[in-house]
Each structure stands twice: as structure tokens, then as C-alpha cells.
Design a protein around this ligand. Sequence first.
Ligand code: ADP
Length: 352
Amino acid sequence: MALFWRRPTQPGLPVSPEPDPAALPQDLVDGIPDPAALLDGKGQIAAANAALGRLFAREQCAGRTLLELSRSSELSEAASRALAGPPVHAEVRLPSSDVVVQASISPVAPSGGLLVLRDLTEEKRMESIRRDFIANASHELRTPVAAISGAVETLLGGAVKLDPDAKGFVEMIARHAERLARLTRDLLDLSRLESGQYRAEIGSVDVGPFCESAMDLVRARATEKRIILGYDGPPELRVMADRRALEQVLVNLLDNAIKFTPNGGHVTLLADGGGSAAVLSVIDSGPGIEPRHCERIFERFYRADTGRSREAGGTGLGLAIVKHLVQAQGGQVGVESGRGGSRFWVRLPIAT
Ligand code: ADP
């Protein structure tokens, strides 16, 4: 293991005393604050620090295999992969405990590996508390919001005679109640997606007719703004997708395209299928998105143009939902944007 120590070669630098080769691996892992171990070429622990011993409740870790210590075949397989190739990073739940770790295993020449585990249990617990809180709060908010919307609808429906000033206020309440309803629905959807409760039902989808029917759902809004809505794609292109999820993805992207494109503009849904994946693109002739925002607009509540988004009734959650839904279907999503407009793309596996 002499590779961990190099004699300084630059002239003038003090030469450190020759280290004890046996102590080097131990010194190395002792210097790491997280649970860590050096593995030999067979995946056996050559040296481990005290934090690893505490994690697995063992006084003596050296000499054992990772599988013996952790009882996790996932962790053991990750280590085998790293010993044979490039570094492996994996999130692993340790069997028969609530402990979740982020394992990073890097190969070390000539044959061996360095394992470092980061305990994510507390982080995960806090995340789940936050998600539950948001889900519960959104759920609780739905009933009063629905009651306000119902009452406002009755008032505007002529049940009570309103003078013009009062009508203006009631209409304002109606607009905000609708926005609140959208926000609570999006928050609930997002917390379900983030918690992994959502399971995609993947099947073969005929892209052409599917895109046409998704466009029908937003056509009225496009017509209101005199936006020309079109579809183009090869016939008989099929992708592997969850129909409900894909519909929501396309509607969210088309909705945004229509929302941000000025009156009289163009919104096109384009399908392209070369190789093993198909790409569906929603292209608009809107104002575009500055490059510094493009990477972040898939984060929840991130808006490139806060004023314009709020004015247009946006919740700031649509693209975060799109990202989760696409990932749940095994796809990828992205954006390219410039002054002439934006192209949001979704890549999905082709159905054979
Ligand atoms: P919102 O409800 O605000 O539309 P989204 O998550 O759907 O929330 O979008 C996030 C932000 O990305 C928007 O606020 C807007 O700034 C930007 N954005 C999304 N789609 C477009 C588009 N087609 N053209 C320009 N900006 C867009």
C-alpha cells in the first residue's frame, strides 16, 4: 500500500521519515470522519475506522467481507463493481434497520478500494417530515378552498344581486380561489411524486394520436390567444410511457408554451424517433428563457420571470412535476432556449 505515501522529490523540501507501511491504510481511514474502510482486491476489509465499527456495531471489522458486516448484497455488489471498474456511488438501505447510507467506493491501485459511507438517515427523516407536512397541509386546504370557490360561484351566478363594485371584488376572490386550488393540487401531486408513492404503469403509446388528443386539451386556450397550434411527427411512432403521466407532461409543457407566447404566436409539438429513443419537443415562439435560468426552472417554485408567471396564474410547480413524471417513466427532460423562443424536450424509450 506504499502508494499512499510519496517521498517528496522537489529539491530543498524536507524529506519525511519513511512511514511504517503497515500503519498507512489504518492512518488513512482514521483520518476520514465518516464510516470508511480500505478493501483488498477480494472485497475483504483491510482496514476500517472506528465510525464504521459503530455503524455496524462491531469492534473488529478488518478481515471480514462487506456482506458479512452489512448483510447488504446491494452494498457488496456495488463494492465488487467498483473494484473491477470506475468508482461507484449508490444509496443503500441497510437490511433490518432504518439506516440509509450514501456509499462511495473508489478503486485504489494496484488492487483494492476505498469505501466511504455517509449516513443519510436523519436527512431522509427530515425530508419525509417536510413532505408529509406539505401533503397534509395541502390536503387540509382543499376543503375550505373548495367551499370558497363554491360560494363565489353561487354569488356570481346571480343568487344575490351584486352592485358593480362588489362584483369586481367577488371576481377577484374567484380568481385567487382558483389559484389556491391549483397550488394545493400541484403541491399534493408533487409530494406524492417526491415520496415515491407514484408508480408508473408503462405500456406502448401511439405517439401521433396521443399528441393530438393532448393538444385538444389546450386548444381553447391557444385559440383565445390566436396562437397557431400544430403537431408534426412520423406515423406509427410508439413509445413506452404511462398514458396519464405523459398526458400531464405534455399538457403542462403546452400550457406553459401558450401562457408565455404572445398573442398570434406559434406553438408546435414535434415528435422524432431515431435509434432507441423518441424525442417529443414543445416549441414556442415566446420570449425565451435566459441561459442562467434554464438549469434551474425544473426546481420547485423557481421562476425565470416571477412577475409574468404570477400574472399568468402559474404556481411555479409545473416543471418540477414534469421532471418527476418523466423520470418515473425512465425518460429525460430538458430545455433549449434563446431569443426566438424555447424548446422543451422529453426523451422516452421507443416501443418495439
Ligand atoms: P409556472 O407555473 O410559473 O409556469 P413552471 O414550473 O411551469 O411554473 O415553470 C417555471 C418557470 O419557467 C416559469 O415561471 C417561467 O419563468 C419559465 N418557463 C416555463 N416554460 C416557459 C416557456 N415556454 N417560455 C418561457 N418561460 C418559461
